[in-house]
Design a protein around this ligand. Sequence first.
Ligand code: CTP
Ligand code: MG
Length: 176
Amino acid sequence: MLEVIVTAVWLMLPAYISNPTAVVFGGGTPIDFGRNWKDGRRVLGDGKTFRGLIGGTACGIAAGLIQMRLSPLLSLSNFTLTAVVALSFGALLGDIVKSFFKRRLGYGRGAKLPLVDQLDFVAGAWVLTYALDPQWFSANFLSSPWVMVTVLVLTPIFHRLTNIFGYRIKLKKEPW
Ligand code: CTP
Ligand code: MG
């Protein structure tokens, strides 16, 4: 049980780092350059910026590179460089895709969408990692379904806690 939790957090750490650090680095030019979609609503909205995307991805990769050094010492699962990049970048890509569909459904920037807001980045990280390094993804996630289940259960809890913290320190506009 504890081993499954440790493995789940360890494997997801690049994504768990890139997602909140995007909030820290966020601001400036929005990825959609302020443009609207055909429906007259913003393509992505002001909540998705280049600074957030690049800063968050860089922090996730930095964490993953440290993990690659530490894994033999801690006898925890190792990463490939591709997996580290895909987990970090994929997490934020998932968040961007989520915002695109959120805007199409008429939800404004920052509107609350339970579970979707919390698992978007897990989906993005998994899909991109599976696409870019299927061998690593199969060996570490698909072959241990309990690790995947643990990620799906723990992530919304972690997400909620980090966001309450981010709201308290005035980094986030909403506590979700
Ligand atoms: N952020 C960013 N760039 C990203 C992701 C996040 O700049 N690629 C920053 C923005 O300042 C954003 C904040 O992190 O407002 C919180 O992220 P998130 O909750 O994902 O965005 P929301 O503002 O809630 O917008 P949306 O409704 O589109 O999810
Ligand atoms: Mg939000």
